[in-house]
Design a protein around this ligand. Structure first.
Ligand code: GDP
Length: 590
């Protein structure tokens, strides 16, 4: 290595103090440099790897090389490249789409269950998975509470779905959540298959739905594009075999593979506590073979697999890639989206879970500056407003989903989301207590609010909002955030007139006439007076005349007169241009 180069190793993050020492700068001069870049930092603030490298770039220290320190055996350090011994695995499919377009019905019909009609009031399904056999081959279906769950998994750095089936009702067309599903699938690099549903319905219009979809970038194969679209009826069962054929065909083209002779690994897709069973965790295996009795680590927890069941609840001895299983034996609840890996023994498991916990603490210590924060600080003039929330959910998976999805709302740097606390279970006294006085909204997802708690909240002026549908919760949060934004002035150009005569000029009023070159002018509009390309001042149009009669407007090509009101003494002269515009205060939207 070049002797001039200076190597700084960073494990998870580095404090301003440590970085200054490593760079050979005094702390004050580093803080000063940071400040010049719009970052207000203290000596003990932790900077993550990306932030530290941005700062070194900003400092122009080209001789400094940042390296990630190898702390060897954290879960995230274990990565397997596919070997040439990798074998074919079943596709993992997610079904997404707008509410009521038939996702549940499709899954139910496919699985031969007839429970769609009875869902309300029944057991709410959480992120879970099913398997189905078609043409003697397995397909794994994920059932999720929404695309947000997937966005959350993406946030956790893991990729889960091979194919996304987007369900669009042929009698309703493309709707906002359809668009979201398309965006999600594209950003997750998943293959898209469209199921155009409810073709049994009167009013179903398949070609129109296809046209709708192509407006959103999905070109049907029939029309020369590359997206398979299958018209189906989830309820009647029409064409479902064809849909499954297409899923398998897509899987073949993608050549989905995994290694099986490696230690087992995969992702946590659901976790909750059950009396008598302890932690009950749904896993999706992505590599290796998972067996009862093995030690696994996920996040800051580990366990020895005590029982393993398939998606139907039947005992399973061994799970291979793409297979979802429910296991017990974890000491604690791992989080939704966590990666799990198999390790040799309890000692290794304990050590790795501790290292994971340390790394997680490093990364999420609230004082840390992440590169996202850094960009935000660089982009905003420190006038961002804070939206405080407390999130309660029925299971850990839904809390994680809600939190991660809230973080994904693009606030254009104007609102800072402050998650005061999160937790599993009904909304309680402590939540209300924490929210009081701080302008905080308490959100509950699939949880209830005991009467005494809602009384207490009403007394303390704490808003509590509960939802069963994640989009609705997110919509509300977005709306609440919009309410925090100041209104903004919006001006819109309307037209232009060339002045051909000035009839009267008084202190605060002018009567002039001319020809409309473009657009329209109406009473009430404002105008900028421009003389030889120089801005003279602003006037208000109080009335518009055509052939000496008051009219509602003058349009391009017409000639007429205007009465103008001025605030400051300005004049309008022959050949001036009046540029008309409207000015409104509008509430900003996100
Ligand atoms: P989800 O919100 O996307 O899961 O939608 P559901 O599966 O709950 O379906 C919403 C409604 O549409 C239910 O009343 C279903 O019975 C109905 N539905 C779903 N698929 C079809 C279909 O292919 N044809 C008809 N006629 N109705 C359907």
């Amino acid at each position: 290595m070049d002797e001039q180069k200076k190597v700084i190793q960073i494990a998870g993050s580095i404090t301003v103090d440590e970085l200054a020492k490593a760079l050979g700068l005094s702390v004050t001069s580093l803080i000063g440099e940071l400040f010049k870049n719009g970052i207000v930092a203290t000596i003990n603030q932790r900077l993550d790897f990306e932030t530290a490298s941005i700062i070194i770039d900003e400092l122009g220290m080209e001789n400094v090389v940042l390296e990630r320190k190898n702390t060897a055996t954290k879960t995230s350090d274990i990565r397997h490249e596919l070997s040439d011994k990798a074998i074919a695995r079943p596709p993992v499919v997610a079904v997404m789409g707008h509410v009521d377009h038939g996702k549940t019905t499709l899954l139910d019909t496919l699985l031969g269950k007839k429970t769609a009609e009875g869902e309300a009031g029944g057991i709410t399904q959480h992120i879970s998975a099913y398997q189905l056999k078609h043409e003697d081959r397995w397909i794994t279906f994920l059932d999720t509470p929404g695309h947000e769950a997937f966005a959350a998994i993406r946030q956790h750095g893991a990729m889960l779905t091979d194919i996304v089936v987007i369900v669009v009702a042929a009698d309703d067309g493309v709707k906002p959540q359809t668009v979201e599903a398309i965006k999600f699938a594209q950003s997750a690099n998943a293959k898209i298959i469209v199921a155009i549903n409810k073709i049994d319905r009167e009013g179903a219009d398949v070609p129109r739905t296809m046209a709708d979809l192509s407006q959103h970038g999905l070109q049907p194969e029939e029309w020369g594009g590359d997206i398979v679209m299958v018209p189906i009826s989830a309820k009647v069962g029409t064409n479902l075999d064809k849909l499954l054929d297409m899923i398998l065909l897509t899987a073949d083209i993608e050549e989905l593979k995994a290694d099986v002779d490696i230690p087992a690994e995969g992702l946590v897709i659901e976790s909750h506590m059950e009396t008598g069973r302890g932690s009950v965790v749904n896993l999706l295996v992505t590599g290796g073979e998972l067996k009862v009795g093995e030690y696994i680590v996920a996040g800051s927890t580990y366990g020895k697999i005590r029982t393993m069941l398939d998606w139907r609840g039947k005992p399973k001895g061994k799970a291979t890639p793409s297979i979802p299983v429910t296991i017990t034996g974890f000491k604690d609840l791992p989080s939704f989206g966590d990666r799990f890996v198999e390790v040799a023994d309890e000692k290794t498991a304990r050590k790795m879970s501790l290292l994971n916990a340390q790394a997680m603490a490093d990364e999420s210590a609230s004082a840390n500056v992440t590169s996202t924060d850094l960009l935000r600080m660089m982009n905003t003039a420190d006038n961002s407003k804070v939206f405080n929330v407390i999130i309660k959910g029925d299971v850990l998976g839904s809390v994680t989903s809600v939190v991660d999805s809230l973080k994904l709302i693009d606030t254009k740097g104007e609102i800072t989301l402050n998650i005061v606390s999160t937790g599993v279970g009904d909304i309680n006294e402590n939540d209300v207590y924490m929210a009081a006085g701080e302008n905080t909204v308490v959100y509950g997802f699939n949880v209830s609010v005991p009467i005494n708690i809602s009384k207490m909240a009403a007394r303390d002026g704490v808003p509590i909002k509960t939802y069963k549908v994640i989009y609705e919760l997110l919509d509300d949060a977005k709306h609440e955030m919009e309410n925090l934004l100041d209104a903004e002035v919006v001006e819109e150009d309307q037209g232009e007139m060339k002045i051909k005569g000035v009839f009267r000029t008084e202190k605060t009023s002018i009567i002039a006439g001319g020809e409309m070159l473009t657009g329209v002018v109406k009473p009430g509009m404002l105008a900028r007076v421009i003389r030889d390309k120089t801005y003279i001042g602003e006037v208000e149009v109080t009335s518009v005349q055509k052939e000496k009669m008051d009219v509602k407007e003058l349009a391009a090509g017409e000639t007429g007169g205007l009465a103008l009101k001025t605030e400051h003494k300005i004049t309008v002269e022959l050949n001036d241009r009046l540029k008309f515009f409207t000015r409104e205060m509008k509430k900003k939207t996100l």
